[in-house]
Design a protein around this ligand. Structure first.
Ligand code: SAH
Length: 355
């Protein structure tokens, strides 16, 4: 090629593409299909920051890639570190918005908590992200960019082992992008993560749950339940008016779970709101016929939150009742509260927005 390279203005970010899509473009350009896999290997396996760096790719094809695709490295980010080892990242997006992601070490595991939207439209009364409203969906590349960003803040010898979609946003309200992300995360041409190490948490968007498990049968599902009556759930998690408890629980019962899989039900413990013995007994009756486990979450306060967390004794009494009902019940301790990185405290604002 002698002429100057014609770099297209509007070129897709390669992180947005699945292998099949990229292969079509590659073959369309006259190159052989196997080059697509080779390039994806550079992007996801070796973390190449430019097409130039792909030394075993022919120069002419590298030029084609440069003109037709973008390849961003890890996005810009800043980090705050908790005394418990939790790290909260503020990850910058191209348009001046930002999202938060959290690295949570616990024993042998290091979990990355990923955001799926800027803000959230679900309006849960106990969650700080709800106060932002929904600003926009994240693109697949922006969701995956959080993994690239997080890798920069790992300690020596530390590796990400688990991934939870429990950051800002409702992942199933951004399903097309989530599906792309899950494909890239789990594919051998992508990041190659076992789907068993990935959990998608939802406030209970029934059609999305069904689709997720049809498309990714071995990904773990967590459902944010938080209440055992429609009266209360309508108020604290208003999506309940669209998918009320009976419909939600019936959908959960019908989900095609793989052999060893169980659905996790998350339940944030709110003092004198949902933490009584009768709440616990109703929860057992609701979940007992299912392969379910319950994760009791300590409430994490944020400025203006209209709730208080339950007393420790109330949480333990609640846990005991669930266990007597032959369900597994764990207590999720707060992590990273000192840096407002705990569940429900994510509210990206600091310095990242330009308006
Ligand atoms: N939208 C998804 C995922 C994000 S929230 C969902 O609703 O599941 C991840 C978990 O943190 C959810 O179970 C959510 O209900 C919980 N959470 C939200 N605010 C909280 C708070 N202030 N304290 C403790 N947990 C909270």
């Amino acid at each position: 090629m002698n002429e100057a390279l014609q770099v297209k203005e509007e070129r897709p970010d390669i992180r947005e593409l699945t292998l099949a899509e990229f292969e079509r473009a590659v073959v369309g350009s006259g190159e052989r299909g196997f080059r697509a896999r080779q390039v994806m290997g550079w992007v996801w396996g070796r973390g190449a920051k430019s097409f130039e760096a792909m030394s075993d790719v022919p120069t002419a094809f590298r030029n084609y890639l440069k003109c037709n695709f973008k390849l961003g490295g890890a996005p810009e980010s800043a980090v705050a570190r908790s005394h418990d080892g939790t790290r909260k990242l503020l990850v910058a997006l191209g348009d001046g918005e930002a999202v938060e992601s959290v690295i949570i070490p616990a024993g042998e595991r290091t979990t990355l908590c990923i955001s799926s939207q800027v803000g959230c439209a679900m309006g849960c009364e106990f969650c700080a992200t709800a106060l932002m409203g929904l600003r926009r969906n994240l693109a697949a590349g922006e969701i995956l960019g959080q993994i690239q960003a997080a890798r920069r803040y790992l300690d020596a010898g530390e590796e990400l082992t688990n991934y939870v979609f429990m950051g800002m946003g409702e992942p199933l309200a951004n399903y097309p992008r989530l599906a792309r992300v899950l494909e890239t995360m789990t594919a051998d041409w992508g990041i190659g993560i076992s789907p068993r190490r990935i959990t998608v948490s939802t406030v209970g968007l029934v059609p999305g749950m069904e689709r997720l498990l049809a498309d990714f049968p071995t990904v773990n599902l967590a459902v944010s339940l938080h209440a055992t009556t429609d009266e209360l759930r309508d108020r604290i998690a208003p999506i309940n008016r669209r998918y009320p408890l009976r419909e939600l629980i019936e959908a959960c019962r019908r989900l095609p779970l793989k052999r060893r899989n169980r659905i996790t039900f998350e339940y944030v413990m709110l003092r004198e709101v949902n933490d009584s013995a009768s709440d616990a007994r109703r929860l057992v009756r609701m979940l007992a016929p299912m392969r379910a486990k319950v994760n009791l979450i300590m409430f994490n306060p944020f400025p203006g939150a209209p709730f208080e967390g339950s007393e420790r004794a109330a949480v333990e009494a609640f846990q005991a009742i669930i266990r007597q009902g032959n369900l597994t019940a764990t207590i999720r301790e707060s992590r990273g509260r000192d840096i407002a990185a705990a569940c429900g405290q994510l509210y990206a604002e600091r310095g990242a927005r330009r308006d």
